[in-house]
Design a protein. Structure first.
Length: 256
C-alpha cells in the first residue's frame, strides 16, 4: 500500500493534540505514518513518533531546512511511504484521516508548490534571501509555501543532494530559506513539479501589530467555526493554520 507520511516540524507536538489523536485514531492505520521533529523533547501523546536525529532550529534560519531533511530521511526508512505532506504544530485538519489521504493521493500526483500568499512577506524574504546565498547563482527567486506535498522520488533527491546544495546557504541568519530551498533545488535539477493548490489555508491579509507596524506573519485565529471550516474545504484546502492553544474552536473537522 502507498502510504502518506505526515512530517511535522514542531516545537513540541500539536497545539491541539486531542483533535489530531482523533484524526489518526479513527482512520485506516495502514495508510499513513507520522514523524515529528520536536524542538523540545517533552512527554506528549505523540512522543513515540518523534524522530531520533534532530537539529537545533531557529525562526527563519536554514536550520528549518536541515530539520525538514531529517524528517525526510526518517520517513524514507519505510519503503511504503509514497506521499509526503509537511505540517506544523499550529495545523488543524479540515477532514478526517481517510478523506485527507484520498485528497492527497488524488490531488497531488506530482510534487506541488504554492506561491507565497503575502506580497510584503515575499518582498522582505527576497531581500533577506539575497544576503543568504554565497557561491552560487540560482538565477531566479520564488517564495513558496513551506507546507508542500512531494513524492518519494523527490524526497530521495532532496536527501541525496543536500550536502552539495546546502553549502551555498548562509547559516545562523534569518533568510527564510524554507520558503525557497526545495523549490529552488527542484528548479535547478529539472525535477518534475507544478505550482498548484495549497494544502494549507493561512490568512496573510495585511494588518498591523501592536506597535503599528505591518505584521509579516500569518494571522493567528481567535475562533474557528464550522462555517469557516466549510469555506476552507470548499476552496480546496486540507488543513488550516495558525490554530493556537487559545483559539476558540466550535468546528468539527470530522462531521460533514
Amino acid at each position: 500500500m502507498e502510504k502518506v507520511a505526515f512530517l511535522n516540524l514542531t516545537i513540541n507536538s500539536f497545539y491541539h493534540n486531542r483533535v489530531w489523536e482523533e484524526f489518526f485514531d479513527q482512520g485506516d492505520k495502514d495508510c499513513f505514518n507520522l514523524y515529528l521533529h520536536s524542538k523540545h523533547q517533552t512527554k506528549h501523546p505523540f512522543s513515540n513518533y518523534c524522530i531520533k536525529n534532530t537539529v537545533p532550529t531557529a525562526w527563519g534560519h536554514f536550520s528549518l531546512v536541515e530539520a525538514t531533511i531529517e524528517l525526510m530521511k526518517a520517513a524514507l526508512e519505510d519503503e511504503e511511504n509514497e506521499y509526503f505532506t509537511l505540517i506544523s504544530d499550529s495545523h488543524f485538519p479540515l477532514h478526517d484521516l481517510d478523506t485527507t489521504v484520498n485528497l492527497i493521493k488524488k490531488g497531488y500526483k506530482k510534487m506541488t508548490f504554492t506561491k507565497h500568499f503575502s506580497f510584503h512577506t515575499k518582498v522582505k524574504s527576497q531581500k533577506l534571501f539575497k544576503e543568504g546565498i554565497k557561491g552560487y547563482d540560482f538565477g531566479e527567486y520564488n517564495a513558496v509555501c513551506q507546507f508542500f506535498v512531494c513524492r518519494r522520488k523527490d524526497v530521495e533527491v532532496f536527501v541525496e543532494t543536500f550536502e552539495h546544495w546546502s553549502q551555498f546557504f548562509v547559516k545562523e541568519k534569518v533568510i527564510f530559506a524554507d520558503e525557497f530551498y526545495f523549490w529552488g533545488i527542484a528548479k535547478q535539477l529539472g525535477m518534475d513539479f507544478e505550482m498548484g493548490q495549497a494544502t494549507t489555508y493561512s490568512d496573510w491579509g495585511i494588518r498591523r501589530n501592536e506597535r503599528g507596524q505591518q505584521d509579516r506573519n500569518p494571522m493567528v485565529f481567535r475562533t474557528l467555526t464550522n462555517y469557516m471550516l466549510d469555506s476552507y474545504r470548499n476552496s480546496g484546502h486540507i488543513y488550516v493554520r495558525k490554530i493556537m492553544p487559545d483559539t476558540f474552536i466550535t468546528a468539527n473537522p470530522f462531521k460533514y
